[in-house]
Design a protein around this ligand. Structure first.
Ligand code: ADP
Ligand code: MG
Length: 243
């Protein structure tokens, strides 16, 4: 299980994350929805130690870190056990699709090249893009690039997959291939935390939905309950505005 306790983060005078608690069970899929500028990306970045929160606790299975005492070893452990999928794919553009997957396995997981390639080929088959293994990202569609990025995250065998608006940069006709893949991962009982504006996807694929506003989780509960029958006025307003 993964637990966030009282996570707080400011940028100068700007109080962005104001004390977030969240428990994520193994195999659970949680979607975070909410207006832009609310701290959703910052929360994911703090979970992945791309940003270091100011306070709070991150617990991943038996590994618990008090942020005020975080060490470099803790940061490395957290980065190695969480994997992020970004809105803008963030692939290495000077590496082939295959090399995009093997790079982390060789550098982070210290795998031998041949072993890394074996795993990468299997993953590329799983995300259905094996035929592009020798292509460079620029020759792929956005949907294909995002599937490679998801493959790269999967290859690291993280304890949780973090998705930050994975379909927001895609042309409308390319959104569904990425959502279909994410739905398949959810079915395999991968632990996933997804920031998304795809409300139907959040409703149908997640176990729970959190509505985040101005740095706090204002409402959370079963996905269908929150989306079909929100209690909080701000949640209602937000859902009405985007539907
Ligand atoms: P969301 O993902 O919900 O749109 P973000 O987490 O990206 O929100 O941003 C929340 C707030 O924090 C915004 O006001 C944003 O400008 C600010 N912010 C995010 N990252 C930084 C940073 N590195 N330095 C300063 N301000 C930041
Ligand atoms: Mg964001």
């Amino acid at each position: 299980m993964i637990r966030l306790k009282n996570i707080q983060k400011r940028f100068g005078d700007l109080d962005v994350i104001k004390g977030i608690d969240l428990d994520i069970n193994n195999g659970e899929v949680i979607s975070i929805i909410g207006p832009s500028g609310t701290g959703k990306s910052t929360l994911l970045r703090c979970m992945n130690c791309l940003e270091i929160a100011d306070q709070g606790e991150i617990q991943i299975e038996d590994y618990s870190v008090n942020i005020s005492k975080i060490t470099n070893k803790d940061k490395q452990w957290i980065r190695r056990n969480t994997a992020m999928v970004f809105q803008g794919f963030n692939l290495f553009n000077n590496k082939t699709v295959l090399q995009n997957i093997t790079e982390g396995l060789i550098v982070v997981k210290k795998m031998k090249k041949s072993e890394a390639e074996d795993r990468a080929l299997k993953i590329l088959k799983d995300v259905d893009i094996l035929e592009k293994k020798d292509n460079y990202p620029s020759s792929l569609s956005g949907g294909q690039q995002q599937r490679v990025a998801i493959g790269r995250a999967l290859a690291l065998e993280p304890k949780i997959l973090l998705f930050d608006e994975p379909t927001s940069a895609l042309d409308p006709e390319l959104v569904s291939e990425v959502l279909v893949l994410m739905k398949a991962l959810a079915k395999e009982k991968r632990t996933m935390l997804i920031v998304t504006h795809e409300i139907n996807f959040a409703r149908n694929v997640s176990d729970r939905v959190c509505f985040m506003d101005q740095g706090i989780i204002l409402e959370e509960g079963a996905a269908k309950e929150i989306i079909d029958n929100p209690k909080n006025e701000r949640t209602k307003q937000f859902l009405n505005a985007i539907r």
